[in-house]
Design a protein around this ligand. Structure first.
Ligand code: ADP
Length: 397
């Protein structure tokens, strides 16, 4: 079976066509600058030359059509007919409290995605447009919504409630949801298999450290806590997001700089994090290089990032009364050995011992702890597209 995975953003659309038996990627690509000047499709078919097409893409509908045309093209295509695609799996940011699992799209599902626009104002509208564009172009092909918030739905009220007047939860569903759920579910699942852990009781912490970063705690594969909140702004220090701060900071900046709450939130989302502290970059490779050259703010940014991750791990160990395995994933978690090592140095009290040689490995499934470490520490590369393809297959086969 061939499943098309779509991740539609406000002006972009990423895709992968996956053969589900072999789990091979037949083609992948990206539509950029949808609705803007200079839009472009970059299509990478397996075993063939990369194909780039610069053509106006006024809407996501045009983008989807260009993707489908590229997939069946005689030269750079990988399938003979659009009907060879058995189903489409869509990454959808926010499913609110409605969905704790992936679901085949129908009118009710589309209504929920729409009802969640206020909770995911940048992504949910684009996700819905992506779904509707595929429905138009591929009538009769099942569309599946895979929610980034689904994994977090197993949290108990003590973990997801904010200590604010209850009426705001009742009126506006304000609570912690958590994001990166597809990745946390995939990686914790792999950690259980790779680590040969007890399926029903194992305590796993996943550190998804990329430009966006979050941590989850799960027991027996079910999420009990996670660091992102109502929006992806809460939790860890990220590339450009502040993560946890005293909410009074918003008022203080707004009053002193004569900015609106929306403007301050924009600063907290896009100009903060390690970029904000360092003034250098949101990219960890740039930060490490700058720190090595003696840039103090870059060093503080790196130290603060690592410290925050270690604090979260510690709090989740307390929340679960123990931990069996810790898995690192995401661009930083999979590749940045130094950051991994420094996080683990905070965790010696758990009896964690890191094998420095093994920790030099990047981007593959591996233990980085020693055999006598009290907790299994591993690197598990995430693969959100494959996870979406698997969820889609499960629902339509
Ligand atoms: P996104 O949240 O955008 O998916 P990624 O998971 O791709 O982000 O992670 C991007 C981050 O990973 C960047 O900060 C980048 O510097 C870091 N990264 C990628 N490769 C390496 C590497 N070899 N060494 C250190 N950091 C890396």
């Amino acid at each position: 079976m061939k499943v098309l995975v779509i991740n539609a953003g406000s002006s972009s659309l990423k895709y992968q066509l996956i053969e589900t038996e072999s789990e091979k990627v037949l083609a992948k690509g990206l539509c950029e600058r949808i609705g803007l000047e200079g839009s472009k499709l970059t299509h990478s078919p397996e075993g063939k030359e990369k194909y780039v097409e610069e053509k106006p893409m006024p809407t996501h509908k045009t983008a989807v059509q260009m993707v489908l045309d590229a997939l069946v093209d005689e030269e750079h295509g990988v399938i003979a007919d659009i009907n060879d695609i058995s189903a489409v799996g869509h990454r959808v940011l926010h499913g609110g409290q409605y969905y704790s699992d992936s679901v085949v799209v129908n009118d009710d599902v589309k209504k929920v995605i729409k009802d969640c626009f206020p909770l995911g104002p940048l992504h949910n509208p684009a996700n819905l447009i992506g779904i509707e564009a595929c429905e138009d172009a591929m009538a009769g092909t099942p569309q599946v919504a895979v929610f980034d918030t689904a994994f977090g739905q197993s949290m108990e009220p003590k973990a997801y409630m904010y200590a604010i007047p209850y009426k705001y939860y009742e009126k506006y569903s304000i609570r912690k949801y958590g994001f990166h759920g597809t990745s946390h579910k995939f990686v914790s699942g792999r950690a259980i298999k790779f680590g040969e852990l007890d399926n029903s009781n194992c305590k796993v912490i996943v550190c998804h450290l990329g430009n966006g970063a979050s941590i989850s705690a799960s027991v027996g594969g079910k999420c009990v806590d996670t660091s992102m909140g109502l929006t992806p702004l809460e939790g860890l220090i990220m590339g450009t997001r502040s993560g946890d701060i005293d909410p009074a900071v918003v008022q203080y900046i707004a009053n002193n700089e004569n900015l609106s709450v929306d403007e301050v939130l924009n600063i907290l989302n896009k100009e903060s994090g390690v970029l904000g502290i360092s003034g250098v970059s949101s990219d960890f490779r740039d930060l490490s290089a700058a720190a090595q050259e003696g840039n103090k703010r870059a060093q503080i940014a790196l130290d603060a990032f690592i410290y925050r991750v270690a604090k979260y791990v510690g709090s989740y160990v307390a929340a679960m009364n123990g931990v069996d395995a810790i898995a690192f994933t995401g661009g930083i978690g999979e590749n940045d050995c130094d950051t991994r090592y420094k996080i683990c140095q905070y965790l010696g009290y758990l009896g964690i011992k890191i094998d420095e040689e093994k920790n030099k490995e990047r981007g593959k499934e591996i233990y980085i702890s020693t055999p006598d470490s009290n907790v299994k520490v591993m690197v598990i590369p995430t693969n959100e597209e494959l996870a979406i393809a698997r969820e889609t297959l499960d629902l339509v086969k």
